[in-house]
Design a protein around this ligand. Structure first.
Ligand SMILES: NC(=O)c1ccc[n+]([C@@H]2O[C@H](COP(=O)([O-])OP(=O)(O)OC[C@H]3O[C@@H](n4cnc5c(N)ncnc54)[C@H](OP(=O)(O)O)[C@@H]3O)[C@@H](O)[C@H]2O)c1
Length: 372
């Protein structure tokens, strides 16, 4: 029996995590659930999964019977919990992730911004306190799966990108695209923020940064390749030139389940299978960096390290919401992020509280720069 806490249980990944839990009755005990403002869904989840602890940004009055309010930062340290799924957004998951690792817990990490902001601190905590980060994001999960059983030198990580909905849109039309168009991801169903990040390829750069930290691979050995079918989730090239790829339908329940049951692979009828009765083409093309200015900005911030990736992530969060609220255009997203990065005096990434202070500064500065 795995005793699990789900942070961000009402979001896209949180709901799919509970789908996996539901598919394996008797395998999990849900000890705690945490959400933001969707009290209605959280209440339904509490009725179904009967956790002992819950937490919500919006008031829950009264708390359901038998459920105790506990902040996320404490929920992840409970002695009666083995595994936490961190499926919150932005910097919200940073302190819970670090607290869980400090308590020696396994952390299924979907929330990618904490590792973008504080990859070195997360790896340091993992090494020092005996906790373990289990990748959930589909590309790092694919790399993790390809590396299983390998003790050989990695020559390259090849991270695949669908290219998003504007892969072939003429560049001069990009300023006019609407949030509704940008939210139509060609292959994946995801939350709004990550869907826009997928259209700008900010998300792909976040995955490069994530993979650099998770697998300790130097920046120059990580490449992004456009693969519009999203069937290959990423590849690893080894020293002898052999390339291993992980394939599967674009369904996040697969990497979620892999992290929750690692090292076991279990059948789950809910997850669609690759249909070999129809003709599939798998194509690759080089990344057209001019089309995706967020990608270059983000890789540069990742390479610079220190506080820069925190500024990148915070400014992007504001820029994406400003775009969704029709306050800036699609091409305004990289402009806003670049401006905030250019005003930042880079510092080290030693202390999570300092990084959160940088996060607050960059958020406030980006908000000031959004036209009102
Ligand atoms: N969706 C995907 O397919 C996918 C794939 C790979 C990686 N990821 C990563 O996984 C993370 C989650 O993505 P998502 O698409 O699931 O996001 P989402 O649908 O927006 O869900 C975010 C969750 O976090 C909760 N939350 C937000 N702010 C909070 C706060 N201050 N305190 C507590 N809870 C808070 C939300 O609660 P309420 O809804 O109740 O307000 C919701 O449960 C992101 O970092 C994303 O990049 C997502």
């Amino acid at each position: 029996m795995k005793r699990i806490v789900v942070l961000g249980s009402t979001g896209s990944i949180g709901v799919q995590t509970l789908d996996v839990v539901r598919a394996f009755p008797g395998e999990f005990e849900v000890v705690g659930l945490a959400a933001g403002n969707n009290v209605e869904l959280l209440n339904q989840q509490i009725q179904e999964f009967r956790p002992r602890y819950a937490c919500c940004l919006a008031p829950m009055d009264p708390m359901p019977q038998g459920v105790k309010f506990l902040p996320m930062t404490e929920m992840v340290c409970l002695s009666e919990m083995d595994l936490v799924m961190v499926a919150t957004t932005g910097s919200v998951g940073l302190i819970p992730t670090l607290n869980a690792l400090k308590s020696g817990k396994r952390v299924a990490l979907s929330n990618k911004e904490p590792i973008v902001m504080a990859g070195s601190i997360i790896k340091d905590f993992e090494g020092r306190f005996g906790g373990k980060v289990l990748p959930v994001d589909s590309e790092p999960s694919a790399i993790w799966q390809c590396l299983r059983g390998e003790e050989n030198d990695i020559r390259r990580l090849l991270i695949t990108a669908s290219g998003g909905p504007f892969r072939s849109t003429p560049l001069e039309e990009l300023d006019q695209v609407s949030p509704a168009q940008a939210l139509k991801h060609p292959t994946w169903q995801m939350g709004q923020k990550i869907t826009i990040d997928s259209a700008t390829l900010m998300n792909k750069a976040f995955e490069v940064i994530e993979s650099h930290w998770l697998f300790g691979v130097p920046w120059d050995q990580i490449e992004v390749v456009v693969h519009p079918q999203s069937t290959i989730h990423s590849m690893v090239e080894f020293a002898d030139g052999s390339v291993k790829a992980q394939m599967g339908p674009p369904d996040m329940r697969l990497p979620i389940q892999y992290a929750l049951f690692y090292p076991q692979r279990l059948p789950n009828d809910m997850i669609p299978r690759l249909d070999t009765s129809i003709t599939h083409s798998l194509t690759f093309q080089p990344l057209e960096e001019d089309r995706y200015p967020c990608f270059g900005l983000a890789i540069e911030a990742g390479r610079q390290g220190g506080s820069c990736p925190t500024v990148l992530s915070a400014a992007d969060e504001v820029a994406v919401h400003a775009f969704l609220d029709h306050k800036i255009g699609f091409t305004g997203i990289p402009r806003l992020v670049e401006r905030v990065l250019s005003e930042h005096q880079p510092g080290p990434a030693r202390d999570p509280e300092e990084l959160l202070e940088v996060d607050r500064w960059a958020t406030a500065r980006a908000i000031e720069l959004v036209p009102h």
